[in-house]
Ligand binder design. Structure first.
Ligand SMILES: [Zn+2]
Length: 83
């Protein structure tokens, strides 16, 4: 049985294989492409990540006032540059 996760941006429920997992470490949002980093994770479609950052969805998901999204932005940009 596959677990199902919700994208924190569009709320669609998905198999985790199509979602990017992120974890929060000391206020920084870090991409976790292997889905193995310890700690509480949040899930987002790679194509929803930019919108999620704009809407502060990560702050909400982790219960923080603000988050440092630089690592995540760099990761998303590296994904986008492949296309
Ligand atoms: Zn989404």
């Amino acid at each position: 049985m596959n677990p199902v996760r919700s994208c924190i941006s569009c709320r669609k429920r998905e198999n985790p294989s199509v979602l990017l997992r992120v974890v929060c470490h000391d206020g920084s949002i870090l991409p976790d492409p292997s889905h193995r980093a310890p700690g509480r994770g949040a899930w987002v479609h790679p194509q929803c990540a930019t919108v999620a950052i704009e809407r502060r969805a990560f702050s909400r998901a982790f219960g923080l006032i603000s988050t440092d999204n630089r690592e995540l932005i760099a990761y998303i940009e590296s994904l986008n540059s492949k296309y």
